[in-house]
Write a protein that binds this ligand. Sequence first.
Ligand code: 2BA
Length: 109
Amino acid sequence: MKMIIAIVQDKDSNILSNEFIEANIRATKLSSTGGFLRSGNTTFLIGIEDERIEEVLSLIKKTSHTRGQFMTPQVNMDVSMDASAAYPVEVQVGGATVFVLPIEQFHQF
Ligand code: 2BA
């Protein structure tokens, strides 16, 4: 058994939840915040048998889209007075950031 941790954009999370329900894949959804953009995203925890990992990964891949998001870098007025530094820059976010971890034990009491 493995634990899949998948960080997806909020816009994709409902579709992915529905895909998991249809495929009888159990998942927990957490509201999370990206450390860089400091905007909301969604983290799924999915405990899954080894033979179903590829199925889960392909659902995540199918539903998670790459999007451009604008952010305004912080300007340090002490160092630079260059006004262009305050212009918004585009950052590519996603599709999904996924970690697959081993599980030592699984219990349901
Ligand atoms: P954020 O930390 O808000 O990052 C959003 C996007 O900003 C990232 O998209 C990346 O394109 C860009 N970015 C992040 N850090 C950067 C930096 N230091 N300099 C320049 N650009 C930077 P993704 O890579 O698709 O990541 C989407 C979200 O997935 C992240 O949101 C974060 O919540 C999570 N994530 C990504 N890599 C992670 C990791 N190694 N560990 C834990 N969480 C991660």
